[in-house]
Design a protein around this ligand. Structure first.
Ligand code: COA
Length: 372
């Protein structure tokens, strides 16, 4: 069977960024106003007061310092508290398509490929901004690719599932050059009025080019293997969907946004990911100590440090388990690929690394890579 390689990666980072302090200032202004407006009910015990958020807590609990977003102004206006994106006509590229084109163009340049060389486009992300036509088909059209395209959603693990889908398409001969994109507008489904989660997400898009080794130019990474795992859980959930209009009674607005039990997720997902990676490595004849770099999903710094520590039996160095969530926060499916894209230099030919994405579902995917 042909060896499959990742021959290019790309990243689109929105220019606007919000610090923890800016986010907390907005949240606390809104919470203070809410408490004043509902003082009578709060006093009478009919309503709970909104507690204040705290930038120091956010940094300590998550490792996040800031997040890039498509629209800072709307998110930071206590009267609005969500991104405001100008509605685009059907003849204009959608926001997700535009982000994907930027990241894919960069990835194709690195791979030394033209869009017309591509015959499969996969859009793997947590949210699609519409049901159909697939965003991937729109990207295929605007980029000028051939073949076929489709969308897939496996939440934060989408990139690992997308890489496996690309590898399978190349191995079976169903495609010759695959572009997998992860446009994530997480600010669109984040409840900025929920203290427990208002700090969690940011926006970004990543792209990966996959080819058979004999077709690819020098460099890049061989895919030694991929492995996926899912296990149902309601601890991360988003009930937005096409049946919302038909549901009786109607759900609250908050129930159409991201909700999680962060502590339970932490407890469940760490062992799931450690088992997935260690078994995947063992089945490829590798020990965790042979892995030079872990590009992990970027949701929580403490979680990533614990996963690396359990695998290595010691604390990882910054180089071994690179962190991007301090600047980007959780960008869902893009997170592990941002870590890969920004921290893939400095490995020697033959060095082994692991990309691992995990999140809602639960879902997790491990990709073992070797520097060419
Ligand atoms: N500011 C101040 N205090 C806050 C706060 C905020 N923004 N958010 C929560 N708190 C409070 C809580 O109310 C709680 O108070 P209590 O002890 O009086 O009840 C306390 O801080 C601890 O909250 P908790 O939610 O248990 O914190 P945590 O240490 O678990 O950190 C997360 C929260 C979300 C950062 C963490 O659980 C996490 O990242 N989990 C993994 C999530 C994940 O990977 N998700 C994948 C998504 S794709």
């Amino acid at each position: 069977m042909s060896q499959i390689v990742i021959s290019g990666t790309g990243l689109f980072t929105p220019p606007e960024s919000i610090s923890n302090e800016e986010l907390v200032e907005c949240f606390n202004a809104w919470a203070t106003r809410y408490n004043a407006d509902h003082a009578e009910d709060i006093e009478a015990g009919r309503l709970e007061p909104k507690p204040m958020s705290d930038a120091e807590f956010i940094l300590k609990a998550s490792g996040i310092r800031s997040r890039h977003v498509l629209d800072k102004h709307g998110i930071l206006d206590p009267e609005i508290m969500h991104p405001q994106l100008p509605m685009r006509g059907n003849d204009e590229p959608s926001q997700m398509c535009e982000m994907a084109i930027a990241a894919a163009t960069q990835a194709l340049e690195e791979a030394g490929r033209k869009p017309s060389d591509v015959d499969a486009v996969l859009c793997a992300a947590s949210n699609m901004q519409r049901s159909y036509p697939a965003v991937a088909v729109e990207v295929q059209q605007y980029l000028g690719c051939n073949g076929y395209a489709y969308d897939m959603n496996v939440a934060c693990a989408s990139a690992a599932f997308g890489i496996q889908a690309g590898v399978d398409a190349l191995s079976s001969g169903n495609a010759n050059c695959v572009v997998m994109v992860n446009p994530e507008i997480c600010s669109g489904h984040l409840n900025f009025r929920d203290r427990d989660s208002h700090f969690i997400f940011g926006d970004a898009c990543t792209a990966v080019v996959l080819e058979r080794a004999e077709d690819a130019s020098d460099g890049g990474f061989e895919v030694l293997g991929t492995r996926l795992k899912t296990q149902f859980s309601n601890n991360i959930r988003n009930n937005a969907g096409f049946l919302n209009r038909s549901e009786t009674p109607q759900r609250s607005d908050d129930d159409r946004l991201f909700i999680q039990e962060g502590r339970k997720v932490f407890k469940d997902v760490v062992p799931m990911v450690v088992t997935l990676i260690s078994e995947h490595l063992a089945d490829n004849g590798l020990e965790p100590s042979a892995v030079r770099r872990f590009w992990l999903h970027q949701a929580n710094l403490n979680m990533n440090q614990l996963i690396s520590k359990r695998l290595l039996g010691r604390d990882p160095s910054e180089e071994e388990a690179p962190v991007v969530l301090d600047e980007y926060a959780n960008t869902s499916s893009a997170g592990s690929v941002i870590a890969f894209h920004k921290h893939k230099a400095g490995l020697a030919a033959g060095d082994v690394a692991v990309l691992c994405a995990f999140g809602a579902g639960y879902s997790a995917g491990s990709v073992i890579l070797r520097q060419r």
